[in-house]
Design a protein around this ligand. Structure first.
Ligand code: G6Q
Length: 544
């Protein structure tokens, strides 16, 4: 198959979009708004409690029709059904993809290899709930009989980014008497700083690793075990201070954790899609079972929307297709995610993995190199901080960067004018990006001639504004599911597999090869390129 052309660009729906782009690339948002006084209402939709305004995009009703037609021609409807029904759509790993089953109601039936997985999902949820209640209620005691006050999640990638993001996002719902820390990096600084002020007698480690073989996590977990035993001085303490979240019971046992204290999940939950599984144990301990369930329900609401709404009224489909529109027709390389909510400070980092690990692929599912752009670069920071930093480039730079603004009508903390001012900023930014400021306007304001080019904003810079009521666990569930399904939509269009990550696997193997060369007592024979060989020698010489 390799070398053969992919069919995407020969689709008539794709070619129709190419033609349409030729026209639309010259149209300014100022004119689109002037021509339709109701554009703001017409090009927006509300679902699952999210108001999704896409009117400040360089699209018309016709664009949406054409993008929906492309989604249909790409078989998106069947792909969605295959995912929800447990089809083995993770082709390169031969697995089903069922993060949606993690939030399905108890009575649902979703079969993998003939077995309904929903009872197992709820069994684990209930086990998590009973454990979380014990820790939160001070009934889960450490080895010396002291209450657990600190929870340290050790995991990386999908076993870290979701839990950290959710903890930060829902901190206001968390039990404040408990301290939460997250250790991911192999850099010892991460562990050292996380435990610097903690007492092992009051600390519980959650070792979160799907495979239980990941170098970073196992190294950090080993260090944690040494750190705890140095003070607690009794191997029996492990049972009280370590629990595991994994699919690999044998490895958990080998590490010394009683499998009674293991929370399982399944190979059909991808790492970056796992925050609603047992990987969310730290989240559940932080916010409690009731709020965790509310988060699942929020995600489920978005699942239902995605599964049932026609494409031109379907939020994740629209979001995904707008991404395709800019990525493949306007040549935009990236998307900025700009939450106007400080609690969502880790949301862009979470999305980076979700999106870039999923669609950062160069071959189609059947192994053909793509002849079009795939995964976009996701990045961002909370507003208003970003406004005093990188927004300059979005406003006046030479790159087109579509923005996702995320805002909430009600603040988590009502403090004077803060929230109105925050909201004024997000609305003003989206407005300024779309409409800019013309030389005529500046002239009227009396701006000096020579300054006019510098103060002109061409506008026509697209953005989505998502407005939610309040940052609740349910709202977070909806937002996460929205982006998960946006990624799925794009995977279907670009015909890439969004559920494997061979690049990550490569990293795991490569470091494993070099580590013994750095640690060897005698000079090792090196067979890398001359640059890597020289760096290894230099490192060995200088580390002493
Ligand atoms: C996610 C990736 C990757 C994974 C980590 C941790 O989709 O597979 O980020 O989550 O490498 O893997 P373990 O959970 O197996 O330790």
């Amino acid at each position: 198959m390799t070398g053969e052309k992919t069919p995407l660009k020969s689709l008539t729906q794709w070619q129709a979009l190419e033609k349409h782009y030729a026209k639309m690339s010259k149209v300014h948002l100022r004119d689109l708004f002037a021509n339709d006084p109701k554009r703001g209402e017409n090009l927006s939709l509300e679902a699952a409690g999210i108001y999704f305004d896409y009117s400040k995009h360089r699209v018309t009703v016709e664009t949406i029709k054409l993008l929906s037609a492309l989604a249909r021609a790409s078989g998106l409807r069947d792909s969605i059904e295959a995912m929800f029904n447990g089809g083995k759509i993770n082709v390169t790993e031969g697995r089903a993809v069922l993060h949606t089953a993690l939030r399905a109601p108890k009575g649902a039936v979703v079969a993998v290899d003939g077995e309904n997985v929903i009872p197992q999902v709820h069994e684990v949820l209930e086990k998590m709930e009973s454990f979380a209640a014990k820790v939160r209620g001070g009934k889960w005691k450490g080895h010396t009989g002291r209450k657990i006050k600190n929870i340290v999640n050790i995991g990386i990638g999908g076993s870290d980014l979701g839990p950290v993001m959710a903890y930060e996002a829902l901190k206001d719902y968390s039990q404040r008497g408990l301290t939460f820390r997250f250790v991911s990096n192999i850099d010892g600084t991460d562990f050292a700083e996380a435990v610097v002020d903690l007492d092992p007698a009051e600390t519980l480690f959650i070792v979160a690793s799907k495979t239980f073989t990941t170098q970073e996590t196992m190294t950090n977990a080993g260090t944690a075990r040494d750190w705890a035993l140095a003070r607690l001085k009794d191997k029996a303490a492990i049972a009280k201070h370590f629990v595991a979240v994994s699919t690999n019971a044998a490895k958990v046992k080998e590490f010394g954790i009683d499998t009674k204290n293991m929370f399982g999940f399944w190979d059909w939950v991808g790492g970056r899609y796992s925050m609603f599984s047992a990987i969310g144990l730290s989240t559940m301990i932080a916010i409690g079972p009731k709020h965790f369930r509310a988060m699942l329900e929020g995600a489920r609401e978005m699942d239902e929307h995605y599964r049932t709404e026609p494409f031109d009224r379907n939020m994740p489909v629209l979001m995904g297709m707008l991404g395709v529109w800019y990525n493949n027709f306007f040549g935009a390389q990236s998307i900025a995610v700009l939450p106007y909510e400080q609690y969502l400070k880790r949301f862009p980092a979470y999305l980076q993995q979700l999106t870039m690990e999923s669609t950062g692929k160069g071959v189609t599912l059947d192994g053909r190199p793509v002849d079009y752009q795939t995964g976009q670069i996701y990045w961002g920071e909370p507003g208003t901080n970003g406004q005093h930093s990188f927004y300059q480039l979005i406003h006046q730079g030479t790159k087109l960067i579509p923005c996702d603004f995320i805002a909430f009508s009600k603040p988590v903390h009502k403090l004077g004018r803060h929230h109105d001012l925050l909201m004024a900023n997000v609305l003003a930014q989206a407005e300024a990006l779309a409409f800019g400021k013309t030389a005529e306007e500046l002239k009227k304001e009396g701006v000096k001639e020579w300054l006019i080019p510098h103060k002109t904003f061409e506008g026509n810079r697209p953005s989505t504004t998502m407005l939610l009521d309040e940052l609740t666990p349910a709202a977070l569930g909806k937002l996460v599911a929205l982006y998960e399904h946006c990624v799925f939509t794009q995977g279907a269009i670009w015909q890439v597999g969004p559920f494997d990550q061979w690049g990550v696997e490569l990293g795991k193997v490569l470091a494993g090869r070099i580590a013994p060369e750095l640690e060897a007592k005698t000079e090792p024979e090196l067979a890398h390129d001359s640059s890597t060989n020289a760096l290894i020698r230099r490192y060995r010489a200088s580390k002493g």
